[in-house]
Design a protein around this ligand. Structure first.
Ligand SMILES: [Zn+2]
Ligand SMILES: [Zn+2]
Length: 772
């Protein structure tokens, strides 16, 4: 990625900036300020195999020597070892994979290389960076949904360094591999950039797309070396191996220099108001971020605020503009919102305003996290945990200009994980415990992928090991029975006339379009599964700061019809969930407490929604909804407590449901610390007596068909996970439960019953047995 570094003298240090914007009040919202020190780089000599021409061209771009980690990665790859580099933002991961790939292309004109990015924007960035090296013999080109048909022919026949994405590889390149045979026959390197983004269901699909690529290459006699680049995560080699199916080496020691950062952890103060069930209410992270964004802009700091939701980004930008209208009216229109889901032309206009500095501040969602060429900001504000530590560092990395100190402020939302993090700085600044989780053996992924593979080349016995021998063997008879594959002595054949239609980003069904009644304008799209809870009839939907109300959610047409309406209330959906155990795959029997991992059936139905006054959070009314129940066969981790264990906990029988429910909520909140999932990717059910276990049971399940590996990670890390859960609950300053510890915004039972003290008693018993 190219970084824009505008040399500007006299920048203030991050700490000074922080002092100016933290109002001197009774109680500072800061729980911790970490001075992430500046680091000197460790340059080394160019490896001897790098051609002089490349060394010269890099020198023109100001790169006179590689950092140690870049040279290590490059040399491993050059020797044919697949390798993953897992280092911080702006540590020069690109050069690490460019060196071997470009050297190979320059020294052997029969060689080709393939570069995969998770987004088109990132591939476009990479193309610009490569073209700036002015190496015409490389014949570098992107091949994606934007490539015009006449150019596609040229890329296939002449491209030597092709930049694409997994979607295009899956839909465009592999099914037409015969037309790519010239390219694939000479393929020496496959670069997988930002590989930590391949997680969950999408990651599991990508794992098979890469296996398919390897199999097709093998049929043309090539065995390319993979070079992967990842953000800092736990166990990068293990994740990269699961992603590629190859034995992958890891390089994690970052030898690039970096400027210092003052990294502040900020817990919004209590407002003195009470919310649901009398819980204390904190100032919202979004309001704090809006104020901070405005204050930083007033201080002359170019600032980006990351907000988790689309809606949140709109609200933060709007309210920052409102603050500025009072404090510095000339700056008010220099702050804007930027989020995913905008139409391309809206997005481009905002991007260019940010790039030129016409905008001083922006509130954005994770849409800006990858692939957009914005770095060198003075300050970054994170309103709420972005879901993964990798994202947190990626976003924080947008701040900093060369040797200057930058400011990063992480504002906790009212949520157990955020609360845990602002009180446990070591979880952020210490060694990462978060791993990139995916599960290629998910039958809902593997089945369709085996069909894609068979459609490309018949599947043979020898291929099965590549796709996960036992899982594939278990699925094939069913695919044959359903008539999609035919089994012959030479292998399994795809029977369809057309290619299998498999959506690798799919989380279930076609996305729902949000359409304005009257104008017919498409405002954006919403994931099919999420649509039941976000764009049901009566839901409030925000776009560009404008509030809409949904008239109708038409599931058959996958469209939500909305009209403009300015409301002073928000909506939140209610649902019911049942869970049945199908089979147990792994278990740890710790006596009175037992821990399990297995397959479950979850039945979920969104049944109603609440309208809440925005200002006070007061519930106005509840409206029933008529949406169908949905069934999900997935994976879950669960623990049970015997009557003797419950007795040891000191809980009365009537207290067990509230204790288990509170422990469940908080555990869901903390799992993302260990697995790259989102709180919304997982769900839970707890009960004092579950009919399948006959005991008090707490379930946490993967919210995607077949599971995405999150519950499995929970099982593997159960002790550390439940320990962090217990600490998050115990450390919260509220008396009897609040959103920072045990209340959940997605609770289908309206957060009832919840017993905070009981959750601690229950978890103590569970941990005493598991830790023994
Ligand atoms: Zn609390
Ligand atoms: Zn609940």
């Amino acid at each position: 990625m190219v970084e824009m570094r505008t040399p500007e003298a006299g920048r203030r240090l991050g700490r000074d900036l922080l002092d100016r914007v933290v109002a001197g009040g009774a109680r500072s919202p800061l729980t911790h300020v970490e001075d992430v020190p500046a680091r000197d780089g460790r340059p080394v000599d160019w490896p001897s195999w790098v051609p002089d021409l490349l060394v010269e061209r890099l020198a023109v771009r100001g790169i006179t020597a590689p950092w140690e980690h870049q040279a290590t990665v490059a040399s491993l790859a050059w020797s044919g070892r697949s390798v993953v580099v897992s280092t911080g933002t702006a540590s020069g991961k690109s050069l690490a994979y460019q060196l071997p790939a470009l050297s190979a292309l320059l020294t052997d004109d029969r060689t080709t290389a393939l570069y995969l990015a998770p987004t088109k924007a990132l591939a476009a960035d990479q193309l610009r960076a490569l073209r700036s090296l002015v190496l015409p013999s490389l014949r570098t080109a992107t091949y994606d949904g934007d490539t015009p048909p006449d150019e596609r022919d040229w890329v296939r026949s002449h491209g030597r360094l092709v930049l694409t994405n997994p979607d295009m590889l899956h839909r465009g390149i592999l099914p037409a591999h015969a037309r790519w045979s010239g390219f694939l026959r000479r393929l020496r390197y496959v670069v997988v950039d930002e590989c930590h983004t391949y997680r969950g269901i999408f990651g599991s699909h990508v794992a098979h797309v890469l296996r398919r690529l390897r199999r097709v290459c093998a049929s043309y006699g090539t065995d390319p070396t993979f070079v992967l680049a990842s953000a800092t995560v736990a166990a990068p080699a293990e994740s990269a191996s699961r992603l590629t199916g190859l034995d992958v080496e890891e390089v994690t020691r970052d030898a690039s220099p970096r400027g210092g950062t003052a990294f502040a952890l900020w817990e919004p103060p209590l407002t003195g108001l009470t919310g649901e069930h009398g819980a204390p209410v904190r100032r919202a992270a979004g309001s704090e971020a809006a104020r901070l964004l405005a204050d930083l802009v007033v201080e002359g700091a170019r600032t980006l605020a990351f907000v988790r939701s689309r809606r949140g980004a709109e609200v933060v930008a709007l309210s920052a503009r409102r603050h500025l209208a009072d404090a510095a009216p000339e700056l008010a229109d220099r702050v804007a919102a930027y989020r995913g889901g905008y139409l391309p032309e809206e997005r481009r206009a905002l991007e260019s305003a940010l790039a030129t500095g016409r905008l001083m501040g922006a509130a954005t969602t994770n849409a800006l996290e990858l692939g957009v060429d914005i770095a060198g900001l003075d300050a970054v504000v994170l309103a709420g945990y972005p879901g993964t530590l990798a994202s947190l560092w990626q976003q924080a990395g947008r701040a900093g200009r060369g040797a200057e100190n930058a400011l990063v402020v992480f504002i906790a939302r009212d949520d157990p994980l955020d609360t845990y993090l602002v009180h446990h700085p070591e979880a952020i600044f210490g060694r990462s415990v978060e791993a990139t989780v995916l599960d290629p053996e998910n039958p809902h992924v593997l089945g369709p992928q085996l069909c894609c593979a068979a459609a490309e080349l018949p599947l043979t016995e020898n291929d099965l090991a590549l796709f996960g021998e036992s899982a594939a063997r278990a699925l094939l008879p069913d695919l044959v029975r359903r008539g999609v594959l035919r089994h012959r002595p030479t292998g399994w054949y795809w029977t369809g006339r057309r290619r299998p239609d498999v959506d690798i980003r799919g989380t279930g069904g076609e996305p729902v379009r949000v359409v304005e009644v009257g104008t017919g304008r498409v405002l954006g799209t919403v994931d099919a599964w999420a649509s039941h809870s976000t764009v049901h009839s009566g839901a409030v939907y925000l776009h560009q700061g404008v509030s809409y109300v949904v008239d109708e959610l038409d599931l058959a047409e996958a469209v939500a019809l909305v009209h403009v309406e300015d409301t002073d209330w928000t909506t939140s959906a209610r649902d019911t969930t049942d869970i049945r155990i199908v089979s147990t795959l792994r278990e740890r029997d710790a006596g009175e407490v037992s821990l399990h991992f297995g397959t479950v059936d979850v039945t979920n139905q969104v049944v109603s929604y609440l309208r809440r006054r925005i200002a006070s959070g007061e519930v106005l009314d509840e409206t029933p909804l008529d949406l169908p129940a949905r069934q999900l066969r997935t994976r879950a981790v669960w623990y049970t407590l015997s009557p003797a264990a419950l007795e040891r906990s000191g809980l009365e029988w009537v207290e067990v449901p509230g204790a288990a429910h509170a422990a469940e909520h908080s555990a869901i909140g903390l799992l993302p610390l260990f697995a790259t999932c989102d709180r919304w990717d997982i769900g839970g059910v707890s009960t004092a007596l579950h009919e399948d276990t006959g005991r008090a049971t707490v379930f946490v399940y993967d919210g995607h068909p077949g599971g995405a590996g999150f519950a499995a990670r929970g099982f593997d890390k159960a002790t550390a996970w439940l320990r962090a859960t217990r600490e998050a609950v115990a450390a919260c300053e509220c008396e009897s439960g609040c959103p920072s510890c045990v209340q959940s915004p997605k609770c289908g039972n309206g957060n009832e019953p919840l017993d905070k003290a009981g959750a601690i008693q229950l978890l103590d018993v569970v941990l005493a047995d598991l830790e023994r």
